[in-house]
Design a protein around this ligand. Structure first.
Ligand SMILES: [Zn+2]
Length: 140
């Protein structure tokens, strides 16, 4: 998936860095980040029916998570998708944490820069497990 990177400036330490950003029209598409490696991943929810099934079953099996998900309008489901994926990925909601001070509070993305190729989130580990094992082991 080709995604444009944009310049942002950290409001805490003023470091300038690049973040990938989806267009406003990207319905059902999400970006994830691994803060240990600063790798970004792309996820298209509508195409991943097996992942969606695990997440929905997990939410149905846990009243607390389900309530939280309603309240946050999908944030909880996306966090669960990050946990289910290979590696330590978490969803990006609006801000990406600064590589220097680790605070996620930066300027609005501007000055479109390089186009970068971002791989999709993978779920190889979860594919080896049954639905029940995935539901049991999946935790926030
Ligand atoms: Zn900073």
């Amino acid at each position: 998936m080709k995604i444009a990177k944009f310049n942002v400036r950290c409001y805490a330490c003023w470091k300038q860095f690049l973040i990938p950003a989806l267009s406003d029209f990207s319905y059902g598409e999400f970006l994830f980040v691994n803060y240990k490696t600063r790798e970004f991943r792309y996820f298209y929810r509508i195409e991943n029916t097996e992942v969606e099934r695990i997440i929905m079953e997990k939410l149905n099996s846990d009243a607390n998570l389900e309530r939280k998900n309603d309240y946050t309008e999908g944030d909880t489901a996306l966090k669960l998708i990050g946990k289910l994926s290979d590696g330590e990925f978490e969803p990006i909601f609006s801000n990406v944490k600064c590589p220097r001070c680790k605070i996620g509070f930066h300027s609005f993305p501007k000055n479109k820069g390089e186009i970068t190729n971002i791989a999709e989130l993978t779920f190889e580990e979860s594919k080896k497990k049954t639905l029940n094992e995935n539901i049991k082991e999946l935790k926030l």
